[in-house]
Design a protein around this ligand. Structure first.
Ligand code: GDP
Length: 405
């Protein structure tokens, strides 16, 4: 009883939060990108032990040549020890197949923007309680094991996306390389990522008070980039054990054997250690940048509109008014300046996170954000017990601010 006096009870807060989250379930959206045939679907199946792609239709060569990037979405509800995870895989099939690959990243970038835009609309709407969050939390980018490091397309693709999504590069089909080749390729790829200024997902620094073992693991994880992965849809028998692997005349490659590849490291990173951080960075950096940009553009438009109205009222001519203090509505001007300052600050210093996502948002472009427009995004996904596969073709897109901004 004595103890009760000093014990207010907020020590149960973590449990309360925990219970609530477990009840609600978790969601995570993972995008896979890279040339087709690099083992993207096989890896996703291996990662989550599901057959997400059982309805997949493989295209023949001719169809692949003409096909533009069509984005498909697969959703599956998985449960482990009573914890529910709604996993969404966004696939970008056909990428790199077509003869003309210029701007093949565009539809992917648009897709990511569309999810931000939808979230932004929902957040500003009336029913903010049950927002369906479809923002892409991570993009696994597959690099071919057959090239010498990155290909121009890889560079272009990653640069087009790195300010919108957390990119985690993986070296595909690592079983086609010897261990020393893997090492060399990883080194080269890391060098090129640096050289081309590609901002991939940065693992957060670990706290200095963490124990040595943890620090070492963390360093190992950072040194593994790009993760060398092997996928397989079959279970084979190795030394009396049944394992997910690939059977060759000379032996068995085990997917989950860390001596063979980084599969387990990647899975642990995605599922056990960094899922929440990937979501946090998406929300705090990528989405926040998008949002700031939208608001900035919208405020600019309002002022422009207001000035135009003023002008037509006062003089009847259509000259643009220089928007200096004292001329336009000073309060609005102040707001814009503050927003500009905030965006600039964010661009220079990243956003409230250890991550090095610098953003160049000092852009004067005025964007026509059409809020009256109705999008055909679906809401309210039903919960399914069985793996439920949804296909969504995304042809229509209305990026809320012009590309390149
Ligand atoms: P996607 O087009 O990128 O989704 O590639 P798929 O997953 O359909 O795989 C294309 C082909 O590569 C299939 O024949 C797979 O069996 C094979 N494959 C997938 N993963 C690996 C791997 O890790 N190593 C090797 N050697 N082959 C793989």
């Amino acid at each position: 009883m004595d103890q009760d006096k000093e014990y207010v009870g907020f020590a149960t807060l973590p449990n309360q939060v925990h219970r609530k989250s477990v009840k609600k379930g978790f969601d995570f959206t993972l995008m896979v990108a890279g040339e087709s045939g690099l083992g993207k679907s096989t890896l996703v199946n291996s990662l989550f032990l599901t057959d997400l792609y059982k309805d997949r239709k493989l295209l023949n060569a001719e169809e692949r040549i003409t096909q533009t990037v069509e984005i498909t979405k697969h959703t599956v509800d998985i449960e482990e020890k009573g914890v529910k995870l709604k996993l969404t895989i966004v696939d970008t099939p056909g990428f790199g197949d077509a003869v003309n690959n210029t701007e093949c990243w565009k539809s992917v970038a648009d897709y990511i923007d569309q999810q931000f835009e939808q979230y932004f609309r929902d957040e500003s709407g009336l029913n903010r309680k049950n927002i369906q969050d479809n923002r892409v939390h991570c993009c696994l980018y597959f690099i071919s094991p057959f090239g010498h490091g990155l290909r121009p397309l890889d560079v272009e693709f990653m640069k087009a996306l790195h300010e919108k999504v957390n990119i985690v590069p993986v070296l595909a089909k690592a079983d086609t390389l010897t261990p020393s080749e893997v090492k060399k390729k990883k080194f080269k790829i890391r060098e090129e990522i640096e050289q081309y200024g590609i901002k991939i997902y940065q693992f957060p620094d670990c706290d200095s008070d963490e124990d040595e073992e943890f620090k070492q693991q963390d360093q190992e994880l950072k040194d593994s980039i790009p993760f060398a992965v092997i996928g397989s849809n079959t279970v084979v028998e190795a030394k009396g054990r049944r394992v997910r692997g690939r059977l060759y005349p000379w032996g068995i490659v085990e997917v989950e054997n860390s001596a063979h590849c980084d599969f387990v490291k990647l899975r642990n990173m995605l599922v056990r250690t960094h899922m929440q951080d990937l979501k946090d960075v998406t929300r705090e950096t990528h989405y926040e940048n998008y949002r700031a940009h939208c608001i900035q553009s919208m405020t600019r438009m309002v002022v422009k509109e207001r000035n135009r109205n003023k002008l037509t009222r006062e003089s009847g001519t259509d000259f643009p008014i220089p928007t200096g203090p004292g001329l336009a509505d000073t309060e609005t001007e102040k707001l814009i300046r503050e927003k500009d300052e905030e965006v600039r600050h964010r661009a220079e210093h990243g956003h409230g996170h250890d991550h090095q996502h610098g953003h160049d948002l000092n852009n004067e472009h005025v964007h026509e954000h059409n809020h009256g427009h109705d999008h055909e995004h679906e809401h309210g996904h039903e919960q399914h017990q069985d793996p439920h596969v949804e296909h969504e073709a995304h042809s229509e897109h209305h990026p809320p601010y012009p590309e390149g901004s």
